[in-house]
Each structure stands twice: as structure tokens, then as C-alpha cells.
Design a protein around this ligand. Structure first.
Ligand SMILES: [Zn+2]
Length: 212
């Protein structure tokens, strides 16, 4: 569902550009809204959410899908935690569809899906691991990497239940906005994937904005 934001970028309390292949990890406080802006279009932002009070509670794809009775995420979607609580709500969306089935790219999956020589290519899972190592105060490690959302990524499900990585439906300037319902740790990997169309074979920067 396309729903434009009422918030103005000039009033944002925080703005930062995140290059493709980099990560962004911050606490977003309850009541704050943050936006992920697809600056150049067809970029995938692979994102994890944890409760800041207890990171053992985290985003659950299956609870979110069951709660809304739909596989795709868009405006109105409530992101549900592994404890069944509402973590965030998508309050604006000019792309219209986001994936939570395809998972984050990893060197292992690149090897299986594409070719052996893809093993050395940088992947979202590497960015997640780097983020957790460079931010030890969160107390998380490799075992905490779990269900993620691929914002701006288009993974239509066929009538037979098949997953397809399709051309993106995002475009330059499209964005998704979420309001936090609890203090959440947000970990975004701005995806470096070159082998499938999620980034239009050309990974590009995103921008993160926060409003108090
Ligand atoms: Zn990726």
C-alpha cells in the first residue's frame, strides 16, 4: 500500500548516508520514527530488529506474517517480536512492498546459488558480523543473526508457493518509514549483492533519517 509520510526531512533530528556494503546500527527510541530512503532506486536494505532492553527478544518473520495474514510488508504492517509483542509499525511506504522471506545474502548462499568463485564476494551476513564485533556493548554475537526484512526487495510468491527474486519495484527517492513501539536496536546491512536483481546489479547508497 502506498502511503506518503507527513514528516519533512528538514525537521529530522538525524540523517546519515550509508554506502552499499556498509552497515548502520543504532538504537531507535520508542516513539521515534525512522526512514530508510532508497536514494538511487532498486537497492535492498537487509534489516534486523532487537529489543534494546533484552536483545534475546527480536523481530520474528513468522509471527509478523501470521499476525497480518499476509506475506508482504507495507504501510500498516506491525512488526511482531519473538515474544509476540509489537516492535514497530510501518507508518509510511512509497515503494509498496518489502520482503521478509528471502533472507540476507551470505557467502555460502552465493556459492550455492551462483558459482563457487562467488565465495569471496562481500555479503550482508559479513556486514552483520562486522557490526556485532564493532559494537560489543550490545552483547550479541553470530548466534543472534536471525530473521531479517529486505526493504525495497521484491520476492513475489508464485501461486504454487515458489519464491522468485524479481526485478525491484523501488525507484530513486522511494522510502519506507517505521515508528518504534519499544526501544529497538536497528541493524541495517546496505546490501552489496551483485548476482541477483535485488540491487539492479548495481548496489547504491541509502539514507537513514530519524524524527523525535
Ligand atoms: Zn545482501
Amino acid at each position: 500500500m502506498i502511503l506518503e509520510s507527513q514528516l519533512s526531512p528538514e525537521n529530522a533530528s538525524y540523517r546519515e548516508v550509508v554506502l552499499a556494503g556498509d552497515y548502520w546500527m543504532q538504537v531507535v527510541k520508542s516513539g521515534q520514527t525512522f526512514r530508510i530512503l532508497d536514494l538511487e532506486g532498486n537497492q535492498a536494505a537487509d534489516t534486523l530488529f532487537y529489543s534494546a532492553a533484552d536483545p534475546a527478544e527480536r523481530y520474528s518473520a513468522m509471527d509478523t506474517i501470521r499476525h497480518q495474514g499476509n506475506l508482504y510488508l507495507t504501510a500498516g504492517t506491525r512488526l511482531i517480536s519473538s515474544e509476540g509483542r509489537e516492535m514497530l509499525e510501518i507508518t509510511a511506504d512509497t515503494c509498496g512492498r518489502h520482503d521478509t522471506l528471502g533472507g540476507a545474502c551470505a557467502t555460502e548462499s552465493n556459492t550455492v546459488r551462483y558459482a563457487l568463485e562467488k565465495k569471496c564476494m562481500h555479503a550482508c551476513r559479513d556486514s552483520y558480523l562486522l557490526a556485532l564485533m564493532q559494537n560489543p556493548h550490545f552483547g550479541m554475537d553470530k548466534r543472534d543473526i536471525t530473521h531479517n526484512i529486505n526493504f525495497f526487495m521484491n520476492v513475489p510468491v508464485t501461486p504454487e508457493g515458489g519464491l522468485t527474486f524479481a526485478d525491484g519495484i523501488s525507484a530513486p527517492g522511494k522510502y519506507v518509514e517505521l515508528m518504534a513501539k519499544m526501544d529497538v536496536i536497528v541493524l541495517i546491512s546496505n546490501c552489496p549483492q551483485l548476482n541477483n536483481p535485488c540491487n539492479a546489479y548495481n548496489p547504491t547508497p541509502i539514507e537513514v533519517l530519524i524524527w523525535d
